[in-house]
Design a binder for this molecule. Structure first.
Ligand SMILES: Cc1cc2nc3c(=O)[nH]c(=O)nc-3n(C[C@H](O)[C@H](O)[C@H](O)COP(=O)(O)OP(=O)(O)OC[C@H]3O[C@@H](n4cnc5c(N)ncnc54)[C@H](O)[C@@H]3O)c2cc1C
Ligand code: FES
Length: 258
């Protein structure tokens, strides 16, 4: 069980690593030591009293000793503020939050499937799966090749919507065209990306009868189960809702209706 802490953390670096895509590294021994792949941090992106009021959630992209990485698109006020952070600046971070991927379950090969910035949680998962001796195939789709940032991933298969790099089409089409059921070993799929992609991936896993975990990245506010602002419908008949921040962000694909 991870221990959640709130801390002012020192920024180590923040760099643009692909088109409008930033890699921010910050120091927290406490969060780094208890974080698991699939969990996220909630960051207050303010600076000297200026900034946005609500925290912004980001997948923990990688952990190296006491340094954590997040990978993000600068799309609005919070992420634009974060993208301008300099070494030594402080950021207010709560984490680790949410439920992790289950990387130690019974399978031999992991199929990691990511759409755009949905690649963020997978370097951390890749590191953990390699320690457990799992084989990994990684499928990543972008709108265009300039957005691709694929460091610390294994056996990469790239797709772009505009054909500027790798397979010309969506990451799900790429997965469909290259998926060969390996009867000698058990496969598990791990997915993260836009909801429309996750829905297609869940459907693909159902057809192939492969176990699949999805990390959802819907809007959220409080980040730990108080505001109910991140509800997602459960797939069972009783119309119950799950909270992405507390019950997720990682769910079995059969567990939720997207
Ligand atoms: C569990 C979780 C993990 C996440 N991990 C990452 C990550 O690793 N990297 C990353 O870049 N982003 C991630 N996100 C999304 C990220 O939190 C938002 O991009 C961020 O909050 C935007 O803040 P902002 O102030 O810059 O923009 P806002 O002003 O809040 O939003 C700008 C525009 O983007 C839209 N938007 C905001 N959030 C989302 C979203 N989640 N999905 C679709 N559209 C959205 C808004 O509707 C608005 O149109 C994650 C979200 C969740 C819930
Ligand atoms: S973000 Fe508040 S309950 Fe999930």
């Amino acid at each position: 069980m991870s221990t959640r802490v709130q801390q002012l953390c020192s920024v180590r670096s923040c760099q643009e690593v692909a088109e409008n895509t930033f890699l921010l590294r910050f120091i927290s021994q406490e969060i780094a030591s208890s974080a698991e792949p699939g969990q996220f941090v909630n960051i207050l992106a303010s600076g000297n009293g200026a900034g946005v009021l609500l925290r912004r959630p980001f997948s923990i992209s990688r952990v190296e000793k006491d340094i954590l990485e997040i990978l993000f698109h600068a799309i609005g006020p919070g992420t634009k503020l974060l993208s301008r952070k300099l070494p030594g600046n402080r950021i207010d971070v709560i984490g680790p939050l949410g439920q992790s991927f289950h990387g130690n379950a019974e399978f031999d090969t992991a199929f990691i499937v990511a759409g755009g910035i949905g690649v963020a949680p997978f370097p951390f998962l890749t590191d953990e799966l390699l320690k457990r001796g799992k084989r990994i195939e990684t499928f990543v789709g972008y709108r265009t090749a300039g957005q691709a940032f694929t460091s610390n991933l294994q056996h990469l298969h790239l797709a772009t919507d505009d054909g500027s790099g790798g397979f010309h089409g969506t990451v799900i089409q790429l997965l469909e065209s290259s998926f060969v059921q390996d009867h000698s070993g058990k496969i598990k799929i791990f997915g993260c990306g836009p909801t429309v992609m996750l829905k297609a991936l869940g459907e693909f896993a159902r057809r192939k009868q492969v176990c699949c975990e999805l990390s959802l990245e819907g809007q959220m506010a409080c980040g730990f189960g108080i505001c109910q602002g991140c509800a997602v419908e459960r797939a069972d008949d009783d119309g119950q809702y799950a909270l992405v921040c507390k019950d997720g962000p990682v769910f079995q694909s059969t567990e939720v209706n997207l």
